[in-house]
Design a protein around this ligand. Structure first.
Ligand code: NDP
Length: 332
């Protein structure tokens, strides 16, 4: 089998040489285990962000969709399609009986007409659950409220905006290109979308959200988030999902963004960060709604597909640089 190993801590944008593709012999299966042949691999921002947390070298973790090729688990027959967190590898062995944390999660992908294997990495995967609980649990948006989302044309953001629309909200998105803006407004039905690289965020929000912002789903952090938060209404809710604008930076060297404590206090805002594994025992609950909306056509997904095991690094760097509209995945 082959797998990507991260050799060292990244310095700025991860370099190809920070990774090594290692070839190794898989052991034989023990009772309870299954052998999974990878079909699709996910590239995600947390693979950059979490690099600071892990002692190197480590096997590159991440979600994948694959098919059971051999089994010693009666509940998982050959041919079953599964989602696991085994990372950038072409074959892996997992034990579904030990699937109690996000690291060793294994679940079957429902075989439904209209659902494609690739959805296991977007709406019926970690990304879908992030959008679902991060928005609904933390922001608790109500019909008629104004919701702003950054990273809006990405995997999480594009679902957040659509879920907010399903809940009857007015949705404003910020993304990094005019094509993305066009997709958000004309395909996904966002009420307004803007290119944050060319728009004046403050002036834009005065026009797009004249009555203020009730919910902000923050995927990017940094200055844009401070500006958006200064437009929040009293009792507004901010779901702090990620801060990709700083993942390639040396955080210790960054200036502290003005923290808006005054706004937070005077407007009595709720600002809450979260990690999606908080709701691990409830992921299946989210999948019921997400699958339903997907099959009803209320939720649209787009995949940015790169082909080939050797290209996973390129897909990863491309995603960090904003090449993807929707979910960035690699076909193995
Ligand atoms: P995306 O599909 O959104 O891909 C990343 C996108 O980030 C790029 O396409 C790019 O789009 C944007 N981006 C890159 N650099 C910058 C920058 N400097 N400023 C603004 N935007 C930038 O990734 P995901 O949907 O998978 O993840 C989105 C966010 O959600 C990330 O912050 C991630 O860490 C977080 N996350 C958090 C989880 C949690 O449990 N809290 C779980 C999963 C994801 P553009 O062209 O618009 O710049």
């Amino acid at each position: 089998a082959r797998k990507y190993v991260v050799k060292r801590q990244f310095d700025g944008v991860p370099k190809r040489d920070d990774f090594e593709i290692v070839q190794y012999e898989l052991p034989s299966l023990r009772n309870g285990e299954i052998l999974v042949k990878t079909e699709w691999v996910s590239v995600d921002p947390y693979q950059r962000a979490y690099n600071r947390k892990y002692p190197t070298p480590y096997d590159q973790f991440g979600f994948l969709v694959g098919v059971v090729e051999d089994t010693k688990n009666p509940k998982y027959s050959i041919g079953t399609r599964v989602v696991t967190h085994k990372g950038w590898c072409d074959y892996s062995i997992v034990n579904p009986n030990e699937s109690s944390t996000m690291i060793n999660i294994v679940y079957k992908l429902p075989e439904l007409k209209g659902l494609s294997p690739i959805h296991g990495l977007s709406s019926v995967g970690m990304v879908g659950v992030t959008a679902y609980f991060g928005l609904l649990e933390i922001c608790q948006p109500k019909a008629g409220e104004t919701v702003v989302v950054t990273g809006a044309a990405g995997a999480v953001g594009s679902l957040v905006g659509q879920i907010a629309k399903i809940k009857g909200c007015r949705v404003i998105g910020f993304a990094g290109s005019d094509d993305k803006v066009d997709w958000l407004q004309n395909t996904l039905g966002f009420d307004k979308a803007y290119n944050y690289k060319t728009a004046n965020i403050n002036e834009t929000l005065k026009i797009a959200a004249p009555n203020g912002v009730d919910c902000y789903f923050d995927n990017v952090g940094g200055e844009i988030s401070s500006i958006i938060m200064s437009h929040m209404n009293h009792f507004g809710r901010v779901s702090v999902c990620g801060s990709i604008s700083a993942y390639n930076d040396d955080v210790s060297q960054l200036p502290r963004v003005p923290l808006l404590q005054f706004d937070i206090t005077m407007k009595q805002l709720k600002v809450e960060g979260f990690l999606v594994h908080r709701w691990l025992t409830r992921w299946s609950e989210a999948f019921v709604d997400l699958t339903k909306w997907l099959l009803e056509g209320k939720l649209k997904t787009n995949e940015h597909i790169t082909e080939g095991f050797d290209k996973i690094y390129d897909a990863f760097i491309g995603m960090l640089a904003g090449e993807n509209t929707g979910k960035a995945v690699v076909k193995i």
